[in-house]
Write a new protein. Structure first.
Length: 135
């Protein structure tokens, strides 16, 4: 009988920021952005290792207030973290930014952060709201 590999994969902390510095520090944490402003996202992923390896891929989806997908970043077979570790569990910090057009709809948006670990055959999605159109 086939069975899935054991292990855990979770997104443990997500922040929206005005900027993220080189040390992965959130500068100006906020959840409301002006039209045309860059939206920085900082998040931590905790994953158990599989035979001493941790491999992670991240993807994003943004839904506008009408519920339509307005941005999708899917990076199949592009693994951003591929590390050897002695630890049973590894915490990895990711940072990314995106910008929606100046004429984007104002209101509450939803960001789906999708992280996959193919070694564990696990995928997690966390949905977090942010607001666009604050002045």
């Amino acid at each position: 009988i086939p069975f899935g590999r054991g292990g855990e994969l979770q997104i443990i902390h997500i922040q929206f920021c005005g900027f993220v510095d080189e040390q992965f520090r959130c500068v100006d944490e906020k959840s409301t952005f002006s039209l045309g402003e860059e939206v920085y996202v900082l998040f931590q992923v905790e994953s158990t290792s599989y035979e001493g390896d941790v491999m992670l891929a991240r993807n994003y989806r943004v839904l506008n207030p009408s519920g339509n997908v307005v941005m999708e970043v899917e990076e199949r077979n592009t693994y951003h973290i591929d590390v050897q570790t002695e630890k049973e569990r590894e915490t990895v910090v990711f940072s990314n930014f995106f910008k929606l057009p100046e004429d984007a709809e104002r209101g509450e948006y939803l960001l789906d952060v999708i992280v996959e670990n193919p070694l564990l055959e696990k995928k997690v999605t966390v949905r977090v709201p942010f607001t666009l159109g604050g002045e």
